[in-house]
Ligand binder design. Structure first.
Ligand code: IPD
Length: 291
């Protein structure tokens, strides 16, 4: 019920803020590679996830839990209420001291997010959403401290075709085989001039956090975000924040249905008055760039 979602939202906010303090006071230690040398984990990722599990399990012992650091191959997202946790979304940034990452926490029911909380402890931007109630950003420090602003900030701007858009993409950690070929060809096509057969987007952005990319699209700071290869914990919270701000989540594979655990995603922001294209038209133009 909405009351329960509000209580869970408040708990996720409390846990995310405390986890943010754990990250900003930690040094990256015990850096180890998972599937390859660009797929990294630190002691802090694990410590934060342990903390999150302890907090959430003590309040909601019957709920399922899906977390990046406790995931084992074969684990599936089910229809049961499930907490989804990425303890550090942007581990590579954390390791390099690039001050941009977040704690991403969601509750899914029937495999869809109903509560989403994303907290970047460096910018102190706290993004939140409850299903049906809009999404918000609150900056905890600095000039905007204490103001809770509904997304998209200032209302949705007109949506344009790809040519003229600011588009988030990520390399992710999978750099081989057909996945690498798809990414390389797509990014070239998006960036190239129209004489080169490309779309000549205004630019591409790779800030290193899937959840923050989704919040950036929700906010209207970027027009779209595509990634192939990320996971349910990277997108669950940001998905709700995006959709509650009028954005749409589509599959990152042309013609497919999207699901929280489908691994390929295309996020498009809300379309304001005077838009040149609908979200579906922009999606179709983007899907046409995939080979
Ligand atoms: C990664 C980041 C990165 C994205 C990867 C994710 P992690 O999450 O979101 O931007 O490109 O696909 O796995 O490993 O830092 O939690």
């Amino acid at each position: 019920t909405p009351d329960q979602y509000q209580t869970i939202h408040d708990l996720l906010v409390k846990v995310a803020l405390a986890a943010g303090d754990m990250v900003t006071t930690a040094k990256p230690q015990n850096i180890t590679a998972k599937n390859n040398s660009a797929d990294l984990v630190t002691a802090t990722d694990k410590a934060v996830e342990d903390y999150v599990i302890g907090q959430l399990k003590s309040q909601y012992p019957t709920f399922e839990f899906l977390g990046e650091e406790t995931y084992k191959p074969g684990m599936q997202l089910t229809s049961a209420p499930t907490f989804i946790c990425d303890p550090i979304d942007g581990t590579t940034n954390f390791i390099h001291g690039f001050p941009y990452m977040c704690i991403s926490l969601a509750l899914t029911v029937d495999k869809l997010p109903v509560v989403g909380v994303v907290y970047n402890p460096y910018t102190t931007n706290l993004y939140t959403a409850i299903k049906g109630q809009g999404s918000f950003v609150e900056t905890r420090a600095g000039h905007f401290a204490g103001q809770k602003i509904q997304l998209p900030r200032g209302g949705a701007l007109p949506l344009k075709a790809l040519n003229g858009s600011l588009c988030a993409v990520e390399w992710g950690s999978d750099r081989s085989g057909v996945n690498f070929d798809i990414k390389s060809a797509l990014y070239t096509k998006l960036a190239a001039s129209t004489e080169q057969g490309g779309k000549m987007v205004h630019s591409l952005r790779s800030l290193g956090s899937a959840a923050l990319n989704l919040c950036g699209v929700a906010s209207g700071e970027m027009d779209l975000y595509w990634e192939g290869g990320c996971w349910a914990w990277d997108v669950a919270a940001g998905w709700l924040i995006l959709e509650e701000a009028g954005g749409k989540m589509y599959s990152g594979n042309a013609g497919e249905e999207v699901a929280v655990d489908c691994r390929r995603y295309l996020a498009i922001r809300g379309a304001g008055e005077g838009s040149q294209v609908t979200q579906e038209e922009l999606r179709n133009e983007f899907w046409g760039c995939l080979t």
